[in-house]
Design a protein around this ligand. Structure first.
Ligand code: FES
Ligand code: MG
Length: 591
C-alpha cells in the first residue's frame, strides 16, 4: 500500500519534536527519557505504538496478555516502532460486582483519554474477556488512530470424565444436576472448574469468543487470529505479527474509520449468525457503530442475520469448544462459506491491508464436525429475531437455541403453532429472583412466563446478565428445566436459553415492563415476533398513572460514584447502551 502520511506528521511529534514549543518538548522528553528511552529513539520519527494492556491479576481471562505483550514489543521494535505499554481499566466478566456491564463504558472512557492525551501514533488493543473487546474497539473508534486488536485466545478445552466441559455453559448443567441431587456442592465446584483448564477466555461460543470472532470479521484483527487458543505457540507468533503490522498501519495511516464501515458491520452480523454468537453482540456492535458514526440498528440484525444458518458446532448451541474451532479453521473458514453464498461484502478493508475477500476467500474447513459447510448447517436460520409488543419497543431472541422440548411444550398448539399464552411471574432484579425462585408460594408452573425487570442499564447499573432464569427446583425435579423468560436485562452468551432479552426501554426509565403484574396473561407469538400483555388500554393507562404517582419504577440506590454518573447519561440497549454525551466526539485525533 502507499504511504498516506510521512513520519514527520506523526502525532507524537507534537510531544517529542516540536520546534514551535521547545519548552514543552523538553519537559515531555525528559520524562519519557527518564525510564530509559534515548533521545535518538524519541526524535528519529519512529512511530510510538501503545499497547493497551487489559491483562492483570484481576482479569484472569486476559492475564496472558502480560506474556504476549513481550512478543508484541518485539514485533513493534523489529518493524521500527517504539512500544509503550499502559494499563486499561480491568473488566472481569465474572468477578466484578454488581456487574461487569457497568465497566464497559468506564473502560472506554479511560482509554479514550489515554489514546487522545498521550503521544501515541498507533495502538495494539489487547482484547479477550467479554467487555474488554468492545471497550477497546469503541475507544479506538472515537479517537481514530491506527489500531489493531490482538485476541488473547480461548482457554484449552475443558474435560470431565471424558466429556468436554465448556466454561459458563457447564454451570447451567451443573446447577441442574445439583438441584436434581446428582452431585453435591463439592462436585458442583469440581465440575464447573474443569471447564477452565488454562489461561485464556471462555472456550465456549459465549460473548468472549463471539466478540473476538466479530472483531476479526469486522477486519480489526489479523485474519485467522481470533480462534488461536491462548497457550498455543501460534498465539505467541500472532502477537509478534500484530506488533509488526501496527507499525506499517501507522505508516499507511490505516485507521478504524477506514475499516469499520457499514458493510463491515453487516459482515459481522452475518458471521455472528453462522457462529451462533452471543445476544450481547448487538449491544456491543451497535455501540461501536455509534462511536464510529455508522448507521446500524437492531433491525439490521434481523434483516441481515436471521436467515443465515448456524455453521459452528460450539457449545452452548453445539458440542465442541475453542481448540476444536481453531483446528477446524476458525473465522476465515466460516467467512469463506458465507462468501461463496454472496453474503459477505468482500471489498472491505482489514487491518492486514488486504480486503476481506482476499483474506478469506480460499479458507477451507478442516473438520466438518466442528464447522459445517453452508449446505449442511446445524440449524437453518440462526440469527436473532427482534421482538416487539406493548411491553417494550424492541427485544432480541436467539431462536436457534430453542430446544425441541421447549418447542413441543410451548409452541405446538395446532391452531396457533407459534404462540403461547402464559401467566406472568415478575421478578424485580436478580436478588428478588434468587430469594423467591424456589419458594412454592410464588406459584410458578409450567404455564408461567418468567419476567425479569429492573435489570437494564439504569435499573441494575450496567445491566445484569440475569434474564435466563432457571426453573424452580421443584419443576426441574419433574423434568421441566426451561420456562420462557423475558426481561430488560441481558443473558450470558454461554447460556443456551431462548430468552427474550435486552428489552428496551427498560422498566427503570418507564418502559412497559414497569406496568406488568404477576398473574397477568401474556401472549408470546414467535411468528409475529410479538409479546403482549393481555390487558385493556384503559388498564394500561390506569397502571401508568399509578406508577407515575408513586414516583416511577423503584430500583436500588447507586453504591459508587460511577454508578450514579453512568445512570444519568447511559442510553438503552437497543442503541448500544452507550454514554450518550460521548457519541458526538468522533474521530477526535484528527481535529
Ligand atoms: Fe472472561 Fe468468559 S469470563 S471470557
Ligand atoms: Mg457475560
Amino acid at each position: 500500500m502507499t504511504t498516506k502520511s510521512a513520519p514527520s506528521t506523526l502525532r507524537s511529534r507534537a510531544w517529542f519534536d516540536n520546534p514551535d514549543n521547545v519548552d514543552m518538548t523538553a519537559l515531555y522528553l525528559e520524562r519519557y527519557l527518564n525510564y530509559g528511552l534515548t533521545l535518538e529513539e524519541l526524535q528519529s520519527g519512529k512511530p510510538i505504538i501503545g499497547i493497551a494492556q487489559t491483562g492483570s491479576d484481576l482479569s484472569p481471562c486476559n492475564r496472558h496478555h502480560l506474556v504476549l505483550a513481550e512478543r508484541v514489543r518485539e514485533g513493534i521494535r523489529t518493524a521500527g516502532g517504539i512500544a509503550i505499554e499502559f494499563p486499561v481499566h480491568p473488566i472481569q466478566e465474572t468477578g466484578k460486582r454488581p456487574t461487569a456491564g457497568l465497566d464497559r463504558n468506564l473502560s472506554y472512557l479511560g482509554l479514550v483519554e489515554t489514546l487522545y492525551g498521550y503521544p501515541i501514533d498507533g495502538v495494539v488493543l489487547t482484547i479477550g474477556c467479554d467487555k474488554t473487546t468492545p471497550a477497546c474497539l469503541m475507544a479506538a473508534a472515537t479517537v481514530n488512530i491506527p489500531a489493531i486488536a490482538l485476541s488473547v485466545g480461548p482457554m484449552l478445552n475443558g474435560w470431565y470424565k471424558g466429556e468436554r466441559t465448556g466454561s459458563g455453559t457447564i454451570v447451567w448443567k451443573a446447577r441442574e444436576m445439583l438441584a436434581a441431587g446428582e452431585i453435591d456442592n463439592a462436585g458442583f465446584i469440581k465440575l464447573v472448574a474443569s471447564s477452565a483448564p488454562s489461561t485464556g477466555f471462555c472456550n465456549t461460543m459465549g460473548t468472549a469468543t463471539t466478540m473476538n470472532s466479530l472483531t476479526e470479521a469486522l477486519g480489526m484483527s489479523l485474519t485467522g487470529s481470533a480462534a488461536i487458543p491462548a497457550p498455543y505457540r501460534d498465539r505467541q507468533e500472532n502477537a509478534y505479527l500484530t506488533g509488526l503490522r501496527i507499525v506499517d498501519m501507522v505508516k499507511e495511516d490505516l485507521k478504524p474509520s477506514d475499516i469499520l464501515t457499514r458493510e463491515a458491520f453487516l459482515n459481522a452480523i452475518a458471521v455472528n449468525s453462522a457462529i451462533g454468537g452471543s445476544t450481547n453482540a448487538p449491544i456491543h456492535l451497535n455501540a461501536l457503530a455509534r462511536h464510529v458514526g455508522v448507521e446500524l440498528s437492531v433491525d439490521d440484525w434481523q434483516e441481515k442475520g436471521e436467515n443465515i444458518p448456524l455453521l459452528v458446532n460450539l457449545q452452548p448451541a453445539g458440542e465442541y469448544l475453542g481448540e476444536d474451532y481453531y483446528h477446524a479453521g476458525g473465522v476465515p473458514a466460516v467467512t469463506a462459506q458465507l462468501i461463496k453464498q454472496g453474503l459477505i461484502h468482500e471489498d472491505v478493508m482489514t487491518v492486514s491491508g488486504q480486503t476481506m475477500g482476499d483474506a478469506c476467500r480460499d479458507a477451507v474447513i478442516e473438520d466438518e464436525n466442528v464447522i459445517r459447510p453452508y449446505e449442511r448447517p446445524l440449524v437453518e436460520r440462526a440469527g436473532f429475531v427482534v421482538m416487539r409488543g406493548n411491553l417494550f419497543n424492541s427485544a432480541i431472541m436467539k431462536t436457534s437455541v430453542i430446544s425441541g422440548e421447549f418447542r413441543d411444550r410451548y409452541l405446538s398448539n395446532p391452531e396457533d403453532p407459534d404462540a403461547f399464552v402464559g401467566n406472568a411471574v415478575v421478578f424485580d432484579g436478580p436478588e428478588d429472583y434468587h430469594h423467591r425462585i424456589d419458594d412454592p408460594s410464588v406459584g410458578i408452573t409450567e404455564n408461567s412466563i418468567m419476567f425479569m425487570r429492573g435489570a437494564g442499564p439504569v435499573g441494575y447499573p450496567g445491566s445484569a446478565e440475569v434474564v435466563n432464569m432457571r426453573a424452580p427446583d421443584y419443576l426441574i425435579k419433574r423434568g421441566i428445566k426451561q420456562l420462557p423468560c423475558i426481561g430488560d436485562g441481558r443473558q450470558s452468551g454461554t447460556s443456551g436459553s431462548p430468552s427474550i432479552l435486552n428489552a428496551s426501554p427498560e422498566a427503570a426509565v418507564g418502559g412497559g415492563l414497569a406496568l406488568l403484574k404477576t398473574g397477568d396473561r401474556v401472549r408470546f407469538d414467535l411468528r409475529k415476533s410479538r409479546v403482549d400483555v393481555l390487558i385493556s388500554p384503559e388498564e394500561v393507562a390506569e397502571r401508568r398513572k399509578a406508577l407515575e404517582a408513586a414516583g416511577g419504577y423503584k430500583y436500588p440506590e447507586s453504591q459508587t460514584p460511577w454508578q450514579e454518573i453512568q445512570r444519568a447519561i447511559v442510553g438503552q440497549m437497543e442503541t448500544g447502551a452507550v454514554l450518550e454525551p460521548a457519541v458526538k466526539y468522533q474521530r477526535i485525533a484528527q481535529t
